[in-house]
Write a protein that binds this ligand. Structure first.
Ligand code: NAP
Ligand code: HSE
Length: 428
């Protein structure tokens, strides 16, 4: 039996998928049952790393998703539209879907899965989170015996590359971002990566699988790395931390769920502190398993195509059964899980403050924190910066809303010149 695949996109990921499907020797035998029938692109004249005879290529993507001969549509276009509409149209035409598009799934997953369940087709998305790392399959299947409480991930390779180089070279953000763009890690418009939006899409998808409900993407707290300076990285180093952009989903014992993305000071002995460069990693904490960590390449043609093709194999294995019904591969969530607002989340904080070097300033800071229930781990004047005292504060776990109120009061004190940075701290 041969199943016909319509490939929407022949860029980095689409090219990688085509390469694997055309060279099945030594891979899973089901690959021999998958054939690329049509390929949709924007520009027919563009030179391609993977060559196709012209009759395979088309710019008419609707013709692919409505083609009665096609069984599975692989969407690797990127962006919200036309990807979302094409996925919905393909589902309406009875096609199974494999997508690497976390932006579409995190924001429009509800309508896509509702449509897929009504039509009896699979929507598979292993490649949408952490590229080649098989974390979606693990959450759907292998970890099913567990209650998951916390997911902590480095889910964006571009920002991890930038932060790693800033740490290793004591470099500033802007020139290293420019390098990442030259090397092809960061896109011309890098905001989805560096403002944390890409990681927020991915953690929303993981949280949905781990905690069994739909995650309102607009409630996922999201802060990127633009404001991180070489000075913060150097101070973090002195205090025994690495700064990482972490994506965190945590369900407390009262079932409240927090899902957030922000730069974080990670203790050097934490397993995520040593994940460097473009690598991704996900640490899951579950009962009874305990901690399990996945790490590997989160992007790139081969890694991402590995995940896309794994989904194709799963679908090919189940297609003889007709309608999508395998309970380990369908997504049946119907309720939306409200998220805890960030002001109610408990975190530890690191803050750097520039103050007049006068008697009593440290005391005023301590009193203000005390008045807002903010318990301090340390409050130290570490030096002088342009004739101002440089003060570094590390808190115990505190309520974010109370900490922010204290910092707002501190920022308006006459002795305080600036608060150059506030970063959350993991653990403790
Ligand atoms: P890419 O290299 O930019 O390729 C996109 C492909 O889609 C191109 O072939 C492009 O056609 C085609 N395309 C885009 N918009 C189109 C439109 N409106 N009409 C027709 N064709 C269109 O993107 P990519 O890096 O492969 O990423 C694809 C998806 O995978 C994205 O959702 C991305 O987030 C996800 N992903 C990527 C990676 C990675 O490492 N790159 C990792 C994980 C997930 P032309 O070639 O003619 O321009
Ligand atoms: N832009 C993403 C990253 C790769 O830098 O990790 C695609 O998910």
């Amino acid at each position: 039996m041969t199943y016909q695949v319509g490939l929407l996109g022949l860029g980095t990921v689409g090219g990688g998928v085509a390469q694997i499907l055309r060279d099945p020797a030594g891979r899973h035998p089901l690959l021999r049952e998958l054939a690329i029938a049509r390929v949709g692109v924007r520009d027919l004249a563009k030179p391609r790393a993977v060559a196709f005879d012209p009759q395979y290529l088309t710019t008419d993507l609707e013709a692919i998703v409505t083609d009665p001969d096609i069984d599975i549509v692989v969407e690797v276009l990127g962006g919200i539209e036309p990807a979302r509409s094409l996925i919905l149209k393909a589902i309406a035409n009875g096609k199974h879907i494999v997508t690497a598009n976390k932006a579409v799934i995190a924001r429009h997953g509800a309508e896509i899965f509702d449509a897929a369940n009504a039509q009896g087709v699979y929507v598979m998305l292993e490649a949408a989170v952490a590229g080649g790392i098989p974390v979606i399959q693990a959450l759907k299947q292998s970890l099913g015996a567990n209650r998951i409480h916390t997911i902590t991930g480095i889910l964006n390779g571009t920002t991890n590359y930038i932060l790693t180089r800033m740490q290793q070279e004591q470099g500033d953000f802007a020139p290293i971002l420019a390098d990442a763009q030259r090397l092809g890690y960061a896109e011309a418009d890098p905001s989805a990566d560096i403002d944390g939006l890409d990681a927020a899409d991915k953690i929303a998808i993981l949280a949905s699988l781990a905690f069994g409900g739909r995650i309102p993407r607009d409630q996922v707290y999201c802060e990127g790395i633009r404001q991180i300076t070489a000075a913060d990285i150097a101070y973090a180093d002195k205090l025994g931390f690495r700064i990482k952009l972490l994506a965190i989903a945590h369900q407390a014992s009262d079932q409240s769920l927090e899902v957030r993305v922000h730069p974080t000071l990670v203790p050097l002995d934490h397993p995520l502190a040593g994940v460097n460069g473009v690598f991704n990693a996900i640490l899951l904490e579950a009962t009874p398993l305990g901690q399990v960590m996945f790490s590997g390449p989160g992007a790139g043609a081969g890694a991402t195509a590995s995940a896309v093709v794994a989904d194709l194999i799963n679908i090919a294995a189940l297609l003889p059964q007709g309608r999508a019904s395998h309970p380990l591969l369908t997504c049946q969530h119907e309720h939306t899980v409200p998220l805890l607002p960030i002001a109610k989340v408990n975190s530890r904080f690191y803050a750097r403050v520039h103050a007049q070097d006068h008697p009593g300033v440290l005391g005023k800071l301590g009193t203000c924190f005390g008045a807002h229930n903010v318990s301090l781990e340390s409050l130290v004047q570490i030096g002088v910066h342009h004739e101002l005292a440089e003060i570094v504060i590390v808190t115990h776990h505190v309520c974010e809303g109370e900490f922010r109120q204290a910092m707002a009061e501190i920022s308006s004190m006459p002795d305080i010149e600036a608060v150059p940075s506030i970063v959350r701290v993991l653990g403790g």
